[in-house]
Write a protein that binds this ligand. Sequence first.
Ligand SMILES: Cc1ncc(C[n+]2csc(CCOP(=O)(O)OP(=O)(O)O)c2C)c(N)n1
Ligand SMILES: [Mg+2]
Length: 461
Amino acid sequence: MLATAVRAQISESSLGRWPYNSRLFRWLVKEFPKQTTQITHNYATEASIDLKNAYKCIRLETSPPDSITIDKELVQNMYKKMVMIRRLETVANAMYKEKIVRGFCHLYTGQEAVCVGIHSAMRPTDHLITAYRCHGWCYVMGIPPLGILGELAGRECGCQRGKGGSMHMYAKRFYGGNGIVGAQVPLGAGIGLALKNEAKGNVCVALYGDGAANQGQIFEAYNIACLWRLPVIFVCENNEYGMGTKMHRASCSIEYYTRGVPLPGIYVDGMDALAIRNATQFAMDYVQKNGPMIIEAHCYRYYGHSMSDPGTSYRSREEVTEMRAKRDPISLLKEVAISNGFLTEDECKKIDADAKTELEAMAEKVKKDKEIKLEELWADVYMECKEEGVRDTIGVRHKHFRVGKTMEKDHIKLKSFKPDTKLEPQGIPMEIREWEAQVEAIKDVRNKVAKDVDKSKPEKK
Ligand SMILES: Cc1ncc(C[n+]2csc(CCOP(=O)(O)OP(=O)(O)O)c2C)c(N)n1
Ligand SMILES: [Mg+2]
């Protein structure tokens, strides 16, 4: 009976691949994990996944493809990263409760698909800037977990030698970790300006939350980025809550992807890492040719705003439980991986167990590490010191010196600071074309009226 059902499923697919989203197939995988994974394992090297309902688009003539071709390496990679981030946050949470991490700590749990999906579509030369909920981003942008945990605990092994803490971690082409809500968005536009000027075709991803989405500086950044056609993808990580406020109570429109007139926008299911990957790939191509666009990734945060917030006074426990049960991004990708024969249930368990062991060992290492010495506090302030000593240090002007490896030098190579002809709009969007046409029409009318007035004037004798 099982074999017949499975065979029927295989022949149902025109490509001879598993239609992972059919209800019967999901049921088979759930009921007979061993048998189905054995069978699927012999088949899959590649699979096509249907993403028809994952997007909504605005002000776009084309939209992201409604399917994605995936292979074993890609899915395994993405899955491992998501599990690693989940475990990283579990360890950070425990370290906070043990008072090893102090101060702020904003967990990313529940939003793993957003950073792993977006990062999987970025090239190694692209740039990224985000807000304070940054641990997942730090990891995908190349900070090793020990550097993240060490930084949270303020220890020497931290990626900023313990001087930055939770919200201030940086890496090559990764500009943090920013604690001032929304401030990273204009900074992201600035990075985009530098990239446009550098003219190597690189892109900046600038992220912000639904709670930041109503700030004026967001719209100012949209405006200048659109005017100068900057290669920036503005990503609203809509996790449905600000610090303690549901999105509906803070925003007159919760359709964040539509709100950047005349910027185009894509809404994507932020719990589906593959849909996010597809949307980002589309946006990467778009922004290089046309200038900025918005992606709204609709996700959900499982914990409170920060460690001091239990996260249950403005939402019910049932809501969180339901989201975890029905929309968990790791479970969703796991289902795809297993049903397409890219991973088995046992392999998934091993990935999780390995991540847990690895991170717990790192936590122990962090606990044994020490803080930097007091004299080092004003070291590594600048990448390159242009002045004599560290500016604005109280009393004595401290000498600049380097201790940490800090970041490898990888500046954007600016050609000129002037917004010159290279910044001229390339593909002018429809709204601007229409507006320019109207301006021309008004000019014509004015000229015509002026001529008529001239003609009607009596000639001077
Ligand atoms: C300019 C500024 N205003 C207020 C705050 C306080 N604050 C910290 S987080 C936050 C809510 C942000 O919510 P959202 O952007 O949705 O991010 P999320 O916490 O959901 O990741 C606020 C108001 C701040 N840090 N900076
Ligand atoms: Mg939010």
